[in-house]
Design a protein around this ligand. Sequence first.
Ligand SMILES: NC(=O)c1ccc[n+]([C@@H]2O[C@H](COP(=O)([O-])OP(=O)(O)OC[C@H]3O[C@@H](n4cnc5c(N)ncnc54)[C@H](O)[C@@H]3O)[C@@H](O)[C@H]2O)c1
Ligand SMILES: [Zn+2]
Length: 440
Amino acid sequence: MAAVSSSVASPSLRLSHTASNRRSLRRGVALRSPSLASDFRLSVHVGESVRRGLRVSANSAQVMEQPRREVGPKVSTVVDVDLGNRSYPIYIGSGLLEEHDLLQRHVHGKRVLVVTNTTVAPLYLDKVVTALTSGNSGVSVESVILPDGEKYKEMGTLMKVFDKAIESRFDRRCTFVALGGGVIGDMCGFAAAAFLRGVNFIQIPTTLMAQVDSSVGGKTGINHPLGKNLIGAFYQPQCVLIDTDTLNTLPERELASGVAEVIKYGLIRDAEFFEWQEKNMQALLARDPSALAYAIKHSCENKAEVVSLDEKESGLRATLNLGHTFGHAIETGLGYGEWLHGEAVAAGMVMAVDLSYRLGWIDDSLVKRVLTILQQARLPTAPPDSITVEMFKSTMAVDKKVADGLLRLILLKGPLGNCVFTGDYDRKALDETLQSFCKS
Ligand SMILES: NC(=O)c1ccc[n+]([C@@H]2O[C@H](COP(=O)([O-])OP(=O)(O)OC[C@H]3O[C@@H](n4cnc5c(N)ncnc54)[C@H](O)[C@@H]3O)[C@@H](O)[C@H]2O)c1
Ligand SMILES: [Zn+2]
């Protein structure tokens, strides 16, 4: 476990792991946030970079092999997200939807609302209802089936969840279950955060994107016509249940979209994981069960660790958004749903890498490795022709990472596995990157 260091604008702040924390990680003991304050040495500097905005360095952190924790006969791995009294397990394995006790132990109250969509419902809704109710006759399950697509991740569709819960007279002791990809997870989580000011909620992610990223960490929300994910809440689930068998029905393009986020973890903080991906991309795309399980576990471990250290994104967590500022501009500019989220992020990562190279922060061998792995994953490596410099600039101006009018970006710096979150970069280089990737 390498040190995680961050320096924050005003005053600047440095966090570094103590030896005892490193030892805990080596033993496979998860970091617990109540002990963070005492386990981290904290020094505060009032930096000169006040005007320039926040800057965080996230060094490569090898995720240690954790001892397998058997929960049921089929659960191969549990990754813990350590957030004090809001901690929760991520169960990862094949056939977990048949492990009824796993789900049932996280249900609060007697009433459950499953939120899903028109594509996922015919595939998995019955299975989930059975998992919730078998041997548990006291529980009643309602479901709301939303239209499918990113363009429905908005207020009107969200309202259908509230309509159903209110018409069904749900009270505070109920549980919302998100069954689907990231769109359903983000919407159901936000509905759970807002309904009666917060009810219990469970994530059952069914896309690779949701299994490696969106279901973990408690970011929930919807889009606004002017920008992605601008309305939402931090709201953690009770558990995340990943049944890797659900990926068998996922279209290829959706699988590749999830791979973009897997690649991201390697680039920002886990060089060893990136190297594993370079060797195993074909197996991953062929849905080799052990390759998928490895990628999901390591992605969840990386995400869980970052979220445990910085739940509300005061710095380190922002590094998970490598390529996303450019990517969101593509998604917004094209119209939601035209390009998949991971496709936009892939092109965005290439742009971030290009900018990092122009700034002299990485060498060209890393630029080539990023292009090669994205091509292997059959992901785009440039934005679509219709997106102009102006479109990038106007969407980037409402990005959540703008602070005091200054756009902060996640950029690679140093050897593979290192990145910075900073507003301190040459604006001319950003203009050059935009111009080199846009036709107009
Ligand atoms: N909250 C976060 O931290 C976070 C992180 C990353 C992405 N996201 C969000 O996640 C969304 C993208 O998620 P996504 O890529 O999962 O998209 P998605 O939810 O739209 O799912 C992709 C498609 O796959 C279908 N599908 C889902 N599971 C299936 C299955 N098992 N078999 C067959 N089809 C299936 C869906 O119905 C949909 O058509 C974006 O809105 C993005 O902003 C959020
Ligand atoms: Zn993403």
